[in-house]
Design a protein around this ligand. Structure first.
Ligand code: FNR
Length: 368
């Protein structure tokens, strides 16, 4: 019997994933001083035991001021390497590769962890022991609940490029397999792309080329230390903002081609996050899938689809019909870390699992 597309291996540069199911990055706000700890080992480790093709860590800050909250994970110092390596090593023992999402939160930094704030991500003021001054492309705050960012100087931009490269080196030393650069959701890199948040008049603002200059520089700097290992970029394909200049799918198509020409292997296609004025489509929950499909088709680049991918048949169709190369799954894997095993049962295949689980006969024979 033919193997369903969701369970075809996928060659991501020099790495072969055993299937097309990737864990989407999810902040857990459970670190102290940026360190990965037991929480992350259990959280990521449990997904590693359950047959997914790739696990992406939560947004991992390249600089302390690049954290969304005081409790974010980070990799801004060599001391952070060991905690990450412990998780990578565990995952490798289950034959599951790890992708680290490198991030800088920009003007959306210095907020309370969701369950500690007063709703709607209240800012932590810069004079609070758990707050700091935030940076953005321009001095425009995300909203009234967020701190006013400083417009980054060119020196600060150069430093940030260096921070991404230094972080990538540490990720390599920790033995991780993939880096995903977080260029989406209104965080720092995204504020440079969007005309809503980037009003600069220097070489980092204005034209498409200028607004994407930071990203090209980060990709080149990361590539230089990351060697020939896979590199993914996550973007907001559109901002869902009408009646004002904003980043849209046409620019994303151009940007995706640019990123791939600079050595990026796959574009992870999310959306939104830059503006409170965003209005999401209401006709379907999985409204990001057509965005990934358009990037795949019109930019002609490998893509990942994400958002409300909860059903194995739906996930398989996204791959089999060529809409995307990977599916990134977030909340469904929190509900059910065994989702990949259930998907395999439902689609009539067995998947490779760590010995401890594989020998337990947990594939449901009724579906085969
Ligand atoms: C997220 N998401 C997210 N995205 C990202 O690029 N970096 C991150 O660190 C996070 N953090 C995060 C935390 C939590 C708790 C959730 C639920 C989501 C977005 C996530 O990766 C995904 O794109 C969305 O959740 C949509 O996919 P699902 O949940 O519908 O499968």
């Amino acid at each position: 019997k033919d193997i369903p597309a969701l369970f075809h291996p996928y060659k991501l540069r020099n790495l072969t994933l055993k299937n097309r199911i990737a864990v989407s990055p999810m902040c857990m706000y459970s670190s102290s001083n940026g360190f990965f700890n037991d929480f992350h080992l259990v959280h990521i480790g449990s997904m590693a035991l359950h047959g997914v093709g790739l696990i992406t860590t939560e947004a991992t800050a390249v600089a302390p001021e690049g954290r969304i909250s005081f409790h974010d994970a980070g990799i801004w110092s060599d001391e952070h390497i060991a905690g990450l390596k412990r998780i990578v090593d565990f995952s490798h023992r289950t034959h599951t590769p790890i992708s680290v999402q490198l991030a800088h939160a920009g003007r959306k930094a210095s907020t309370k962890a969701p369950w500690l704030g007063d709703g709607d991500r209240k800012a932590t003021p810069s004079d609070d022991p758990e707050g700091w001054e935030v940076l953005g492309a321009s001095a425009l705050p995300y909203n009234a609940n967020h701190n006013m960012p400083h417009e980054m100087t060119v020196d600060q931009i150069r430093q940030t490029v260096q921070d991404f490269a230094d972080a990538a080196k540490r990720v390599d030393l920790a033995g991780a397999d993939v880096i995903e650069l977080h260029f989406a959701h209104g965080y720092l890199a995204s504020t440079f792309l969007s005309p809503i948040s980037n009003h600069r008049t220097d070489q980092f603002g204005g034209s498409f080329e200028n607004r994407s200059r930071l990203h090209v520089e980060i990709v080149r700097a990361v590539r230089a230390v990351w060697g020939d290992k896979p590199l993914i970029v996550r973007i907001s394909v559109t901002e869902w903002v009408k009646d004002e200049p904003s980043w849209d799918i046409e620019e994303s198509i151009k940007f995706s081609k640019l990123m791939v020409s600079e050595g990026v292997d796959l574009i992870d296609c999310s959306s939104g996050g830059i503006s409170e004025r965003q209005v999401f489509p209401t006709d379907r929950m999985d409204f990001q899938i057509p965005l990934a499909e358009r990037i795949h088709r019109e930019a002609g680049v490998p893509t990942g689809a994400v958002g409300f991918i909860n059903d194995p048949i739906q996930a398989n169709e996204i791959i089999s019909s060529g809409k995307s190369d990977l599916v990134f799954v977030a909340r469904e894997l929190l509900r059910n870390p065994g989702w990949a095993i259930e998907a395999a049962s439902k689609l009539g295949v067995r998947i490779a699992l760590a010995n401890q689980y594989a020998r337990a006969g947990i594939h449901r024979p009724t579906h085969q």
